[in-house]
Design a protein around this ligand. Structure first.
Ligand SMILES: C[S@@+](CC[C@H](N)C(=O)[O-])C[C@H]1O[C@@H](n2cnc3c(N)ncnc32)[C@H](O)[C@@H]1O
Length: 236
């Protein structure tokens, strides 16, 4: 796997367009961390005229970012719609380019196609029961690129560690008696293995200077990583 440093080291540029939304968001936002993630997730790429699928889209924070950078349209999917409803109340300009779908991303991606240039899978993998299958379903969509930002577990062999968390699906989509669900956190080897199998190149992105930032400990210690995956070309 290639490891690349993100070109810009100015990490105080989280766009105002998003902060305006977040300022009114129902949850507390950690500006510093979002700012860093902006530079790992958004700045390495050219978003002009891109069609994007944003899985686990939350209140649309990253959809807003890519539209701000020139993306043509975004499909957002999130199992919860209460955060998106707050965005709808604010009616930011970028919303006209976004279509929101309330659904379980694993089910939705299997029953929809969209010719997306890029699929965003940010903060989502560790919330689903089969993260490797979800990545494979993204590959089947044949986007030019998949961007992943996720917690990972350690280990030199591919593995998934199950853990229990509150059952977001039970809040509206799946009628279940349980308030909790088993989900799995992958390790980097499992993600690498999948992309190797399908002939895709994986690249890890690091923003210079994060090692000195106390609020970025998760990224410094590789508990959380940012990756991009693209179909291998003859030169890669
Ligand atoms: C940690 S937040 C990440 C939000 C945003 N993508 C980011 O990276 O800042 C996880 C989001 O995924 C959504 N989510 C969790 N499980 C999901 C599922 N199975 N299908 C769709 N959305 C899901 C949650 O509702 C939440 O908005």
């Amino acid at each position: 796997m290639i490891v690349k440093k993100v070109l810009s080291n100015k990490i105080n540029k989280f766009p105002k367009i998003i902060l305006d939304t977040l300022a009114k968001s129902p949850i507390g936002e950690r500006g510093g961390l979002l700012d860093l993630r902006y530079h790992q997730i958004i700045t390495p790429w050219n978003w002009k005229d891109q069609s994007v699928l944003d899985l686990g889209a939350h209140n649309g924070r990253w959809s807003a970012a890519v539209i701000d950078q020139g993306a043509r349209q975004v499909d957002c999917v999130d199992v919860r719609d209460e955060l998106w409803k707050k965005t709808e109340q604010i009616k930011p300009n970028w919303m006209s380019k976004v279509k929101f779908h309330q659904a379980d991303c694993a089910e939705w991606i299997r029953s929809n196609t969209g010719n997306w240039d890029t699929i965003l899978c940010l903060g989502l993998l560790y919330h689903v029961s089969d993260p490797i299958k979800l990545l494979l379903d993204m590959v089947y969509q044949k986007p030019k690129k998949i961007i992943i930002d996720t917690y990972v577990t350690d280990g030199d062999e591919p593995k998934l560690i199950p853990h229990i968390e509150s059952n977001l699906l039970g809040q509206g989509i799946v009628n279940t008696l349980s308030k909790q669900a088993i989900v799995c956190i992958p390790n980097l080897k499992a993600i690498e293995w999948l992309f190797e199998q399908v002939g895709w190149q994986l690249t890890e992105w690091k923003t210079p200077g994060i090692e000195n930032r106390k609020d970025c400990k998760l990224y410094n210690t590789n508990q959380r990583i940012t990756l991009s995956a693209e179909l291998k070309t003859k030169n890669s």
